[in-house]
Design a protein around this ligand. Structure first.
Ligand SMILES: *Cc1c(COP(=O)(O)O)cnc(C)c1O
Length: 454
């Protein structure tokens, strides 16, 4: 029997009462977002027709380190938080490593991922300001599901533009969102001008995330009292996700340990940004030296092969320009199974830290990622999301290095979600039909030609 705890739980009283804004401690701040028409830094007035006021304030504030978490959000968090920090004893044993491996598990809610942390906050602030309805897009479905849960809790009407291909391939995601009361519209649709134009041009298209974003924004700005919400990339989303890292910091303090290495998967950068927030603060303030690793798919390698430049956040080129590592807003990644990592850009905060050498990045192929996911499922008994399995493989690689060097490092990784809706992907892996698609240099060069001239 083990005497050292397997799960390090916090009590509700030990939950963080404030979000932490990492930008406040960054000497070199992320470059400002630019208005797509004037190319001047965006102002609150530019953003307020799209986002609610408090979220605009959070988006633009790069100096206030802590934001109080309203009691109503904390009450909602208590349904599924604090989330456990788990010591991966069984994985350590399987790898025969002297390293100590821990993971923070964010999959313990119906949406199955960390996205509910920001959904809860965004819906609460909109409701508190008297916003009457929200719109968003969803590709694979995790964000739409998380938002539908939060909208059910706060009684907020929600319309989700779901990429038509996913709508048809993942009917159960639609069913969950509808159970929580959301209206689901396959995109492109005839409810918006962008959607109608798209259907005219490409009659049989299965849609794209970029088009769904454009439809959701159009619907929000043309409906009185409605606003748009987004589940990753934005500064406000990383702020809300800091709850992951703050809880982890408290849990490590309880057991008298501290990570030497932190690994997370990166799509738009929100779960990694949240997990590392207080640890990166310690690193930036010179208190700790931590090796921080962002893991992305080889099929969509924005950090490892993209360019650090201003680009649009959507394919429709409606959004402000953000300075970030990007593959070009027209980049269409292969149909990989880690849907949440198929994004052409990266959070400006993560991008700036990467450019400054404060974190490093690795890219893996999906077949090797699924091998890691399968090992993890067998020994740790949680079926990981394909996205999260990128972080698992990053941690396994580090633990194997420790086996060779004999170092007993403390490795922390983010298990951002569960893979219960990704069984078609697991099946492909098992029957050997999964392929690894990696863009060529020429593909990336071509796509980067679409970068706006700034
Ligand atoms: C959406 C998603 C991601 C990627 O998004 P980030 O903003 O980079 O965190 C990672 N893991 C899971 C389970 C997701 O649903």
């Amino acid at each position: 029997m083990k005497t050292i705890p397997h799960k390090i739980y916090l009590s509700e009283d030990e939950m963080p009462r404030q979000y932490y804004n990492l930008r406040a401690d960054m000497k070199k701040k992320p470059a400002p977002m630019l208005h797509p028409g004037t190319l001047k830094p965006v102002t609150a007035a530019d953003l307020e027709p799209v986002f609610c006021k408090e979220l605009v304030r959070q988006e633009l504030d790069e100096t206030t380190p802590y934001f109080d978490i309203p009691g109503e959000i904390l009450d909602f968090y208590k349904i599924f938080r604090p989330s456990p920090l788990i010591r991966a004893y069984n994985l350590e044993q399987a790898l025969n490593t002297p390293a100590k491996i821990y993971y923070k598990f964010e999959g313990n809610n119906t949406s199955g991922s960390h996205k509910l942390n920001s959904a809860a906050a965004q819906v609460y602030y909109a409701k508190a300001e008297g916003i009457k309805a929200l719109t968003t897009e969803t590709g694979a479905g995790q964000w739409g599901t998380a938002l539908a849960e939060a909208c059910a809790y706060f009684e907020m009407p929600l319309t989700v533009y779901m990429v038509k291909g996913s709508y048809e391939q993942k009917p159960f995601r639609k069913t969950i969102m509808q159970t929580f009361g959301a209206e689901i519209v396959p995109s492109p649709s005839d409810t918006t001008e962008v959607g109608r134009a798209m259907q005219k041009k490409f009659p049989n298209t299965s849609g794209s995330l970029g088009c769904a974003i454009s439809e959701a924004i159009e619907r929000a700005v043309s409906s009185p009292g409605a606003r748009y919400v987004l589940g990753s990339v934005l500064n406000q989303v990383l702020l809300h996700q800091s709850i992951i890292g703050l809880e982890t910091e408290t849990a490590f303090a309880k057991i008298g340990d501290y990570p030497d290495v932190i690994v997370g998967c990166t799509g738009g950068g929100s779960n990694l940004g949240g997990l590392i927030a207080p640890f990166m603060r310690d690193k930036l303030l010179g208190k700790k030296d931590i090796d921080i690793i962002a893991v992305e798919p080889k099929s969509c390698p924005s950090l490892t092969r993209g360019k650090f430049a201003y680009d649009f956040c959507d394919t429709g080129k409606l959004t402000p320009l953000a300075k970030m590592y990007t593959l070009g807003s027209g980049f269409i990644p292969a149909r990989d199974h880690a849907g949440g990592l198929r994004y052409h850009g990266m959070s400006p905060i993560i991008s700036e830290l990467y450019a400054a050498g404060q974190l490093r990045a690795k890219a893996y192929k999906q077949t090797e990622v699924f091998a890691a996911a399968t090992l993890f499922a067998r020994v740790e008994q949680i079926l990981p999301a394909p996205e999260s399995a990128h972080a698992i493989l990053g941690a396994i690689d580090m633990a194997k290095k420790c086996r060779q060097s004999g170092e007993a490092k403390t490795i922390l990784f983010g298990l951002s979600g569960t893979g219960n809706f990704d069984l078609a992907a697991y099946e492909q892996y098992q029957n050997g039909t999964m392929v690894d698609a990696v863009p060529t240099d020429a593909d990336i060069k071509e796509s980067l030609k679409t970068l706006p001239k700034v």
